[in-house]
Each structure stands twice: as structure tokens, then as C-alpha cells.
Ligand binder design. Structure first.
Ligand code: ZN
Ligand code: ZN
Ligand code: ZN
Length: 307
């Protein structure tokens, strides 16, 4: 099936080759804007939702749009009425195709809010990252950093102001011809996360209708419901942090989860045994001590996961 091949192609390029996946992403945007513009100017009544359309990647690497007309009682309510709806439909379709590609790779449906990267953002939060940020994100004092590539996802960014589909198609086709489709790379630290496995990097290939509004945004911690590719655990919202250093939050440092009490602590605060048993559990089970356990914060001892 051509549809499935297209999804797999896009998904696999995302995994294997960042530059190629960016080019393929813009190719999709260019072809879809051109295709949707054509359909909307042909006097064809377009159904409303992106679920009524399919997108194929043909043998010449062209993305083609097909309509699956809605049937039954819904059909009457689903007609396209104005230019604003075509813009909404176009964005919905781009988002749908990029989600297909993500699903091929991860089999997860995770909703991402696209990063907004304009000049109003604090540079401390969002920093230009000219080289691959992956190497920077791995603490140099850590030997367990995995050698697997980062988790990459497509994220669609809908711009607030509707744009002309013809202009989008023409501009992107020209950029693709001239091979001018490079986009910024930004690094973002997810400081609120407790689950901070060392070496984790998620690159969100955030695409919009213009290359200037697009960027690869790197994150250094997984989000809730995601399967962390470092520890292979599903990240859940009830994780507890407690460390012998008495800090209440992990900050930006890598953390590790104790197999016994399920509490996360700083990787480099130690001691945590090779079996991933934290200092507190080692103490209570009579294993050798390595730390002044009297300084352990009460927050850890009274945390719900230890009762
Ligand atoms: Zn993890
Ligand atoms: Zn600590
Ligand atoms: Zn423990």
C-alpha cells in the first residue's frame, strides 16, 4: 500500500537521518499546500475534517492528497465553507501526516505543544545550538550514557495568521530546489522533570509553513506517558524525588530510580549500588554504607512511595 509506505518512509527517515527528514517534511508541506490549493479552487466541495483525506507518497516522492467523502448523517455538516476552513484543514492534514510518521516509530500517541521560538523567549530557556546538542547533554562524568540515537519526533506548528497556500507551495518548492531548507537548532532543559535518565535527548522536528518558523528543539527529559528509551520505563506523573543531598528538586542533573523504593535521586550524589538500590534502602537492608545517612532529608523518608 502506498499510504503505509509513505508513513514508513517518513518515519524511518526521521529515525535515520535528520536532514533528510527535514527535507521530506518540507516536501510534504509544499505538496500538500499545492494540492489543497488546487482542490479548493476547482469548485469541489471539500469535506471538513482531515479524517476525510488521505495522503500518499508516490514513487517519485510526491505527496498526493485524496478525498474520502464523508457518508451518512455527518455528510451534510461536513462541507467546507470558506478560506479559513481550508487553512484549518491544511494544518490538520499536515499534523495528521506527521503524527502517522511518529506512530510508525513509537506506537505512542503523545500530544506535543509545539515550541514557540521567537525573540520574546528567555535565551536562558531557549538557546541556539549550532552543533548537535546530544553530545552536550550527556554529562562528561557519566559513563552509562547510551550510544543510541536521540528520540526524534515530528511536531506540527500551526501559525496563527492564515497564509496563502499558493505562496507556501511556491516558496517551499523554490527553497527545496535551491536546497535552502536548513532550520535552527534549539536546546531546551526540562527542569521540572524528575525522570532525568542520563543521555536522554528528544529532538522535536518542529515544522511550520516557513523554514524561519521551524526548528529542531532538543529536550533533555522525557514527558509523562512516553516510554523512556534509556530505561525503557513508561514515564508517569507520580514519580518522587528524594536525595541524600537534601535538595528538594533534581534541577538539571541526571537522576536514577531506586529499584526498591522507586524514589529518584541524583545520579552523581550516590551511593547507589550497581543494582540501582539507593543509599537509604541499602542502609535499611544492612548493605554497606557509604554516606552520612543522618543527613537524609525528612522529605524522602516521609514520601508516599516509602510507606
Ligand atoms: Zn528513563
Ligand atoms: Zn542529590
Ligand atoms: Zn531506595
Amino acid at each position: 500500500m502506498r499510504t503505509r509506505n509513505g508513513r514508513q518512509r517518513q518515519g524511518h527517515s526521521l529515525r535515520d537521518d535528520l536532514d533528510q527528514s527535514i527535507v521530506l517534511g518540507f516536501k510534504m508541506i509544499s505538496d500538500l499546500s499545492s494540492g489543497m490549493d488546487y482542490l479548493s479552487t476547482q469548485g469541489i466541495t471539500l469535506p471538513r475534517g482531515p479524517e476525510n483525506f488521505d495522503v500518499f507518497l508516490d514513487v517519485n516522492d510526491r505527496f498526493l492528497v485524496s478525498i474520502n467523502p464523508p457518508t451518512g448523517a455527518n455528510a451534510a455538516h461536513q462541507e467546507q465553507d470558506d478560506a479559513g476552513s481550508v487553512w484549518t484543514l491544511f494544518n490538520g492534514l499536515c499534523q495528521k501526516v506527521l503524527r502517522w510518521a511518529n506512530r510508525v516509530l513509537y506506537d505512542e500517541d503523545i500530544e506535543r505543544t509545539p515550541a514557540v521560538f521567537d525573540s520574546s523567549l528567555s535565551p536562558a530557556i531557549l538557546q541556539p545550538s549550532p552543533v548537535a546538542p546530544r553530545d552536550q547533554a550527556i554529562p562528561s562524568n557519566h559513563v552509562e550514557a547510551p550510544s543510541v540515537p536521540p528520540r526524534r519526533e515530528f511536531v506540527w506548528r500551526t501559525m496563527d495568521v492564515p497564509q496563502s497556500l499558493v505562496t507556501i507551495a511556491t516558496r517551499l518548492a523554490r527553497d527545496l530546489d535551491l536546497r535552502r531548507v536548513s532550520i535552527n537548532r534549539l536546546a531546551r532543559s526540562d527542569g521540572g522533570s524528575i525522570h532525568r535518565c542520563p543521555g536522554y535527548v528528544r529532538e522535536e522536528v518542529t515544522l511550520a509553513t516557513r523554514t524561519a518558523d521551524s526548528a529542531v528543539v532538543s529536550h533533555d527529559a522525557p514527558t509523562v506517558q512516553e516510554v523512556c528509551y534509556v530505561c525503557h520505563e513508561v514515564v508517569n506523573s507520580g514519580e518522587v524525588f528524594g536525595c541524600i543531598c537534601s535538595q528538594k528538586e533534581p534541577g538539571l542533573r541526571p537522576t536514577v530510580k531506586c529499584r526498591s523504593c522507586k524514589t529518584w535521586s541524583h545520579m552523581d550524589c550516590g551511593p547507589i549500588s550497581n543494582e540501582r538500590i539507593c543509599a537509604i534502602c541499602s542502609e535499611s537492608s544492612g548493605l554497606p554504607r557509604g554516606h552520612p545517612l543522618k543527613t537524609i532529608s525528612l522529605m524522602v523518608l516521609s514520601s508516599p512511595s516509602r510507606t
